[in-house]
Design a protein around this ligand. Structure first.
Ligand SMILES: Cc1cc2nc3c(=O)[nH]c(=O)nc-3n(C[C@H](O)[C@H](O)[C@H](O)COP(=O)(O)O)c2cc1C
Length: 214
């Protein structure tokens, strides 16, 4: 029979506090970059929602417009995950976002983003609007950088008699987050909340998985 004394084996409050600090440090040391382009502000709203999801998960976030990318290559180098966002223009990423992709070839040559996590989101005027092609472009881009693609991770909403456009993932995407903005409304009115909430979920998911990889 063991002489088991539960009181002496119980972790002290100091030990538990120390563990909590270490855990917090691991989560906070994850920095995640959201790199996006937005010609007219609608995709920016989605980028901000993704960033909010990351922050809510206690990770540090860098929200970077491709217009300002040259001031942020170091932030991308430091990040454990990069989430890409572009409007869908002519069935593909916008020219400005493609400019960022091409500029990243310097990093590609060194495989500087190898084994970082990657994910993507897009927004367009039509429900489909060929948004899938934009996400495919982003995932191929991530693969060229030897990154690990994180999917949206939400079941499709808005696809049954009891479902509604207020559902998360109302457009029914798997590869990344999709949003739709009415073409006659400004970014303060569209895309709808469900798309912003879907985008937040993508941010949360990437942050959660990044913490697991740390
Ligand atoms: C040059 C151009 C091309 C576009 N091509 C598409 C398209 O292929 N599919 C679509 O659904 N919407 C298309 N749109 C609509 C935009 O995707 C939509 O207005 C989006 O909300 C713009 O996002 P932004 O405000 O972040 O630029 C296009 C808009 C522009 C300006």
């Amino acid at each position: 029979m063991h002489n088991y004394k539960p009181d002496t084996l119980a972790p002290s409050s100091e030990f538990l506090a120390c563990l909590a600090l270490i855990k917090e440090d691991i989560v906070m040391s994850n920095s995640i970059a959201v790199v996006y382009h937005s010609g007219y502000g609608h995709t920016k709203v989605i980028a901000e929602a993704v960033a909010q999801g990351v922050e809510e998960s206690n990770a540090k976030v860098h929200l970077i417009s491709v217009d300002d990318i040259d001031n942020h290559w170091d932030d991308l180098a430091e990040a454990s995950a990069i989430i890409f966002g572009s409007p869908t223009y002519m069935g593909s990423v916008s020219a400005d976002f493609k400019g960022f992709m091409d500029k990243s070839s310097k990093v590609w040559a060194e495989q500087g983003w190898k084994d970082k996590l990657a994910a993507g989101f897009t927004n367009s005027g039509s429900q489909s609007g060929d948004k899938l092609n934009t996400l495919i472009q982003m995932s191929v881009f991530a693969a060229q950088h030897s990154m690990l693609w994180v999917s949206l991770g939400l079941m499709p909403g808005n696809n049954s008699s009891t479902a509604s456009p207020q559902d998360l993932n109302r457009i029914g995407s798997y590869l990344g987050a999709m949003a739709q903005s009415n073409t006659d409304q400004g970014a303060e009115e569209t895309p709808p909340n469900s798309d912003k909430e879907t985008a937040k979920e993508l941010g949360r998911r990437v942050a959660k998985i990044a913490a697991r990889f740390k």
